[in-house]
Every structure is written in C-alpha cells, then in structure tokens.
Design a protein around this ligand. Sequence first.
Ligand code: UT7
Length: 327
Amino acid sequence: MGVKIIGTGSYVPEKVMTNADLMKLVDTSDEWIITRTGINERRIASEEQATSDLAYPAAVRALEAANINAEELDGIIMATVTPDQPLPSTACLLQKRLKNTKAFCFDLQAACTGMLYAVEVAHSMIQSNKKYNKILVVAAEKLSYITDWSDRNTCVLFGDGAGALVLERTESEDDSILATSLHADGSFADILKVEAGGSRIPMTAELIGSGRNCIKMDGREVFKLAISAMEDSCREVMNENGVTSSDIDWLVPHQANLRIMNMVAQRLKIDSERVYVNVNRYGNTSAATIGICLDEMIRGGMIQRGQIVLMTAFGGGLTWGSILLRY
Ligand code: UT7
C-alpha cells in the first residue's frame, strides 16, 4: 500500500501589511526588508480571527479538492505554535467546525518545521494501522499575535496564514512519500523563542507589554545554521532515494528568507526556476509556509502528478527536516 496527497487547500487573511506600513511602526525601510529578506508584504489576521479561523477555510478547500466529506477523516493533525487556547487542542476545535466526529485530533509543535513533522506522523500512522485511511494535516499560524511590533529585528519577517492537505491510503504500492529526514537540537532553544506565557514564566499583565511573550530571534545565527541544516537534510533524503539534483522537479523550501532559499538551492545545484518562492507575498508564516506553497503550486498546475518535489524547513527548537515527494 501507499499514501497519496489527494487534496490541498490554503488560506491567508485579507489584510495586507506592506513594508511601507511597517516603516510607520519601526525604523526600517522597504529597501532593507527587500534586500535582506525578499519580503514585500505579509497578511495579518483580524483581531477576531484565531488560528482555527485560518485553518478552517484551508481545511475546507483541501477537503473539496480531495472530493471527500469531513466525516470521512480518520485523523486531524494540526501543526501550530499559536493555538487558539492552551486547552483543548486547535485540532479539536477545527474538528468541531468541520462537524467530524470520528477523527483522532491533536496539535503538534515543531515551529517552522511543523508541516513536515505532521506529514511524517500522518504518513507513518496510515502505513502502520489499517484503521487510518484519510488524515487531514493542517499547519496554521497567527504569528502576528506573538510578534513584537516594536522590534524591527523580527516584526518585518512574519505573517499569518494556513495550509492543509489530505493524505489517503492507496491500494497501489506506489508511495508518494519517498524519504523523510527530521531533526532537532534543543541545545539551541534560546536562539529562536517565545520565552514567556507558559508554565516557566506564566503570563502576567506586565509581561504583555515587555515583549517577552513575543518571538525573539538571533537572526544571524539562525541564518547560518539554517542553510547547512537544510542542505544536509535535503542530501539525506536524496541519497536515501538515489535521487540527484537534476531529478528534482521542484524545491519547496520553508519561506523565511529569499537569501536562505537561494543559498540552499545553489548548494544543491537546483536552478532558481525550480525553486518555489512566495515569501515576497506572505513573509514567514512558520509551519504554514510549505502548505501554502504546495496548494498554490498544485492549484496553479505547476506540480504535476509523478513529479519529484523536495520540501525542506528549519525553525525554532531548533527543528529541521526534509521530505522527498513523488506527487
Ligand atoms: O522561520 C525560522 C527560521 N528563521 C529564519 O530563517 C530567519 C533567519 N535570519 C534571517 O533571515 C536574517 O538574519 C534577518 C533577516 C533576520 C536579518 O538579516 P541579516 O542580514 O542577518 O541582518 P543582521 O541581523 O545582521 O542586521 C544587520 C543590521 C543591523 O544593524 P547594525 O548592527 O549592523 O548596525 C540591524 O540592527 O541591520 C539592522 N536591522 C535592520 N535595519 C533596518 C535589523 N533589522 C532591521 C530592519 N530594518 N527591519
């Protein structure tokens, strides 16, 4: 038996925040943001929209594309660092909106690598247990809620959005997931973090204004580590499958910084026409980036059945990994 992606969906909020808008908040420039990151604009959720409100339309679109009812789902896995609330999981809240009653539901936190972790978990569950035929994987983030809008080092980078896909067991031997490599190194926990708001430093009124409940990042250090880690994990899945750079139809990297994506592609000898980029339109939406990319590419007819897609991500944890896919 194999596992296939049978539908994808995505959603980004309507509100566009441009670099010019950010120049009104912090000491920055359109030129700095574009040359250092490749970002022109990002989407920002409204105050009323929580993460599950971004996840829901993405999930509905993925179910429509898969041509199945929500009731057919055996599982819902949600990758997010911005759950609606601490309890219950955002996956359970999404299940309720989808009116599904039989799926297992849980959230998974692997920061920007969340989508890849979630796909590997869903894939392994389908492969190892006949009870699971169809699993919805959603990655949704309302990063604007944990962004310090007075910190120019971070606030120009992030955006909100959601990506979703449905994985299904197939009778054919042909498995879409050709190889996966997932990694983490908690010794770098401090270089990309939201330190307050959990059980170690519980939320207080003073903390809200302090920025300690927001993303802090040593950008330069993350930048350096991200390039080598993504390159190495891409090589791992390529070697495991005997695939060379010229066999890769598409590289779909986590959308954090255009310079990082270009350097990874260069090192892997994948030319820029085969690298999908939308960071210019959405910024870094953490776990959601790869789901949004896949949906845009599949709907736009860029990814065709049978093509080889290499996905790679890197984020807080640190976590990183790659998945080699035959769509
Ligand atoms: O999704 C998880 C993974 N995250 C990433 O992969 C992000 C990785 N890091 C990056 O993408 C880049 O490091 C950043 C885009 C965050 C920063 O770019 P950089 O080229 O590494 O800049 P830098 O941090 O070395 O800062 C260079 C200068 C500094 O000024 P000084 O100290 O040289 O005077 C910063 O203060 O740029 C300054 N700076 C800014 N200037 C204008 C930092 N942010 C801004 C800003 N506007 N928004």
